[in-house]
Design a protein around this ligand. Structure first.
Ligand SMILES: *[C@@H]1O[C@H](CO)[C@@H](O)[C@H](O)[C@H]1NC(C)=O
Ligand SMILES: *[C@@H]1O[C@H](CO)[C@@H](O)[C@H](O)[C@H]1NC(C)=O
Ligand SMILES: *[C@@H]1O[C@H](CO)[C@@H](O)[C@H](O)[C@H]1NC(C)=O
Length: 369
């Protein structure tokens, strides 16, 4: 099956060179792992603001919303706490190698009828009944064995497509040794807008980080035996039109990470036409596809394979409902290797769930192109 989401997906995997010299002297740095250092940079001098479309941008320090329901669900406890001084924000320090591949995935999700991107596979759901102003979900993260030239993601996203142009924002977990130089699970954010380039995290300009403690991109401490859940929330600000990334959870109540300014987009003025959740993988050039989810097909119990649960969307009027209130469409392009199953649960830990989706699979050498 040919999928346009693939183009964006491809983009998610293509290579972009970014200069690694930092023009601003960091006020403070946090080294949280052997090869992972965050520099605290003056918020007004952050590299994200260098984007040509942001020449006249005024930083929004926090979202104007107050009425959105946030839910718990993030049960990650990070060992290495980052806390940048007032007026500064953490930016991942990029080493040379680190910065060589920045773009990957999306078009497949937006125009599922278009170009095939070899080696990219998806298993997910989307709803095309927009406009939507936001989406949040529990996103599942677990350690997987991913080769250097492969990648595996679990993401929530919003998108709009007109002809061959797309606007797209996603967030979630990724394992991408080619991008990070390690096989760990990282949180991430990705956008593609009017400049048609698309970019991860802070590898190129565009994303405006405002949180002093939660960087958009961060290696996640995953328990070796249990899955971890992250609850990202991408939502459009009612007053400014900017697209915020908020991390919800007990450790980080309403952790507003930062936002993608509205100036970056041209198809998102009145919201996004679709929302979705899913797994995405990129095979190695030799054709070997990595595992998705937790590596198991969704043919056992609810807890056997990876899961997206408690998915909430904001409609055009910013009203929050379960995704089960909207029509959904299942996108699976290599059912032998990666599957998706729709389940329903009414209540779980005193939270109304609606649909949940089990997804994933082992990958292998015969997943098709
Ligand atoms: C910034 O503002 C100037 C003066 O109003 C305008 O000419 C220019 O096009 C603006 N640039 C962007 C990227 O919006
Ligand atoms: C750190 O980077 C070096 C050089 O690229 C690599 O050999 C080493 O394995 C990395 N360490 C970790 C923990 O990823
Ligand atoms: C996170 O929550 C899930 C679902 O409740 C649970 O299965 C898992 O054990 C928890 N993980 C950690 C690290 O607490």
């Amino acid at each position: 099956m040919a999928l346009v989401i693939m183009n964006v997906l491809l983009l998610l995997f293509s290579v972009v060179l970014v200069r690694s010299d930092q023009t601003t002297t960091p006020l403070k740095s946090f080294k949280i792992g052997e090869n992972v250092t965050y520099d605290c940079i003056n918020i007004y001098k952050q590299p994200g603001l260098d984007h040509p479309l942001l020449k006249n941008h005024t930083i929004q320090m926090k979202p104007s919303r107050s009425e959105l329901n946030s839910q718990t669900g993030n049960n990650i406890t990070q060992k290495n706490k980052i806390k940048c001084p007032d007026g500064t924000i953490p930016v991942l320090k990029n080493t040379k190698d680190f910065l060589t591949s920045s773009n990957l995935f999306p078009e497949n999700y937006v125009h599922p009828q278009s170009v095939d991107s070899p080696g990219t596979h998806i298993a997910g759901v989307r709803s095309h009944a927009g406009p939507y102003r936001g989406i949040q979900a529990w996103v599942y993260g677990v350690d997987l064995k991913i080769e250097k030239d492969q990648a595996s993601y679990s993401q929530i996203y919003l998108g709009s497509g007109v002809n061959n142009k797309i606007n797209y924002i996603s967030a979630g977990f990724m394992i991408n040794p080619g991008l990070f130089g390690d096989g760990r699970v990282w949180s991430y954010g990705f956008w593609k807008g009017k400049d048609e380039k698309g970019c991860y995290n802070t590898a190129c300009s565009g994303f405006v980080q405002v949180s002093q403690t939660i960087p958009i991109v961060q290696p996640i401490d995953i328990s070796p035996t249990e899955p971890s859940f992250l609850r990202p929330f991408i939502h459009q600000d009612k007053d400014t039109g900017n697209w915020w990334l908020t991390r919800l959870g007990p450790d980080e109540p309403n952790g507003d990470v930062g936002y993608w300014p509205k100036e970056l987009f041209n198809l998102f003025d009145n919201g996004a036409s679709m929302v979705g959740v899913g797994g995405v993988v990129k095979a190695s050039p030799s054709g070997s596809s990595p595992p998705m989810g937790n590596g198991k097909l969704p043919d056992g119990g609810r807890r056997t394979s990876a899961i997206f649960a408690n998915i909430d969307v904001l409609n055009s009027n910013y009203k929050q409902s379960k995704i089960s209130y909207f029509p959904i469409e299942i996108l699976v392009d290599s059912p032998r290797c990666y599957g998706l199953r729709v389940g329903t649960v009414k209540w779980y830990r005193r939270t109304r769930l609606g649909y949940f989706f089990n997804y994933g699979g082992p990958g292998g050498n015969s997943c098709g192109v």
